[in-house]
Ligand binder design. Structure first.
Ligand code: SAM
Length: 356
């Protein structure tokens, strides 16, 4: 792995830190490293196609991520598709763990995964330097879970993966659950008990119009208010203070402090004003918002600047130009999404091809 050639050259000072025209500082990078997935969750994938977009090499992801880190990114989350399917993942995490932020600190390194392969990968990922994992689980009932994922045996695999990750210290361990009325909204109270039994933070996420098919409607979204009301009836909740201004989840705990519930409500209580994120797709395009109508071809620029040979050592000029391009792109980040408003347009890529 060409880690040495990825370090920012001391002769090229960082252009500036990333901020947009709405005054938001961007320090959180989500990188999709494949758009392949081994699950066919009913609300995400049609289950008919597989990957649509090319993957870059691990070295190429590292080069692109290094450009962002040189502009003030402090947190990198690997996602997909299913990131644990990606060959070279452990080497990628090892190299990311060696990078330093502009303040000289290690990156905050996380992965979002469906957990299917975590039992065998939790230890190598921890050893490679990963800090945390978020596991997606949309039911605590085996039959409901398998109806959502459309993969037999998936519930046992994921539960074992969650436990393996916790044992390896990939904590705080978060469980993401997307609620859909009529599919899995009967799981809310069960998830509250699961949060306590497994001592994890369960975060309910409102369903967004980012699916491959056509399922989304305002009626299928289970709003934050309803989740809190229903859990409070069986287990009293107390709200936790916000940790920082960019926090997307409203957090709650139980009377004895064991387990945590988070509510992420991008539809009913959008948090765009506090957004600190930018995304890089598996084929190296920058997306400034999940709902962007345009993408910015950072990888294409890197290739043309390096005359098609991205394996040759980078030049200071190319690095500077690419970082200026990133700054300009992020400056134009959308103020907010327009879900549910008249004229709302779904983005051309679905969640699995953007990187959730
Ligand atoms: N395969 C990995 C996983 O399952 O976590 C990472 C990719 S997946 C696209 C990332 C997250 O996006 C998952 O938690 C998934 O539930 C969520 N997701 C997918 N489609 C969504 C949608 N339309 N609205 C809200 N969340 C969605």
């Amino acid at each position: 792995m060409a880690a040495a050639s990825l370090s920012p050259s001391p002769t090229v000072p960082p252009v500036r830190r990333l901020f947009d025209s709405h005054g938001r500082v961007i320090h959180d990078l989500r990188v999709s490293i494949t758009d392949r997935c081994n699950y066919k969750c009913v609300y995400c994938r049609s289950g008919e196609g597989d990957e649509l977009y090319p993957e870059l090499t691990i070295d190429e992801y590292l080069r692109l991520i290094q450009l962002f880190v040189g502009l003030g990114i402090t947190k990198v989350r690997l996602t997909g598709g299913e990131p644990l399917l990606r060959r070279g993942l452990i080497e990628l995490v090892q190299e990311l763990a060696r990078m330093r932020t502009l303040d000289g600190d290690p990156l905050d390194l996380a992965i979002t995964t469906n957990g299917h392969l975590l039992t065998s990968l939790a230890r190598p990922l921890k050893d490679a330097g990963l800090n945390r994992v978020t596991v997606s689980m949309d039911a605590v009932d085996r039959a409901v879970f398998e109806r959502v994922t459309r993969v037999p045996g998936s519930f046992e695999k994921v539960l074992a993966g969650v436990r393996a990750a916790r044992e390896e210290g990939l904590v705080p361990l978060k469980i993401n659950c997307v609620l859909l009325r009529g599919f899995n909204d009967d799981q809310i109270e069960g998830f509250a008990r699961f949060a306590r039994d497994e001592n994890v933070a369960v975060r309910f996420i409102e369903f967004m119009p980012l699916e491959e098919g056509r399922l989304w409607s305002p009626e299928i979204v289970v709003p934050l208010r309803e989740v809190v009301e229903r859990i409070s009836k069986v287990l009293p909740l107390s709200e936790l203070p916000q940790r920082d201004a960019g926090e997307t989840a409203r957090r709650y705990t139980f009377a004895d402090g064991v387990g945590e519930i988070g509510i992420i409500a991008p539809v009913s209580q959008a948090f765009c004003g506090a957004c600190s994120r930018v995304r890089l797709t598996s084929d190296g395009k920058i997306r400034t918002c999940l709902f962007s109508q345009v993408e910015h071809d950072l990888y294409g620029r890197m290739r043309s600047l390096l005359k098609g040979d991205v394996h040759e050592s980078n030049t200071d000029d190319a690095q500077k130009e690419l970082q200026e391009y990133i700054c300009r792109t992020i400056h134009g980040k959308e103020a907010r999404h327009h879900i549910g408003e008249p004229g709302f347009l779904k983005p051309s890529r679905s969640m699995v091809h953007i990187g959730g």
